[in-house]
Design a protein around this ligand. Structure first.
Ligand code: SF4
Ligand code: SF4
Length: 95
């Protein structure tokens, strides 16, 4: 990562429909192996009105880097999808 990336998206993030009762919805869109990988990495750090806030167990706050970068889940590879990064204001294709 470069160009001003702070790794903020790994440090403190939300996932829509990520509460336990919503997980069944994920199976329509993602393979179980991907769901298991994501659920394993999540650490709840807070709550907002309708969703939880997470940090990732593979996030290194000292280096501000992902410790499993080469094998990170698709969710991480695709973020911030086709939008501008809300944290760094960078396009994914500039990384
Ligand atoms: S979305 Fe990309 S640029 Fe933004 S904080 Fe995350 S890794 Fe860095
Ligand atoms: S697996 Fe890596 S890229 Fe994905 S949220 Fe965790 S630290 Fe960030």
């Amino acid at each position: 990562m470069s160009g001003g990336c702070t790794g903020k998206c790994c440090e403190d993030f939300c996932i829509a429909n990520s509460r336990f009762e919503d997980i069944e919805k994920w199976t329509v869109q993602y393979p179980l192996s991907e769901i298991a990988d994501v659920m394993t990495m999540l650490i709840v750090i807070g709550h907002r009105e309708d969703h939880d806030r997470y940090t990732c167990r593979y996030w290194n706050p000292r280096t501000r880097l992902c410790t499993i970068y080469n094998t990170r889940p698709d969710m991480c590879r695709q973020y911030p999808y086709d939008t501008t990064c809300e944290y760094c204001r960078l396009r994914l294709n500039q990384l």
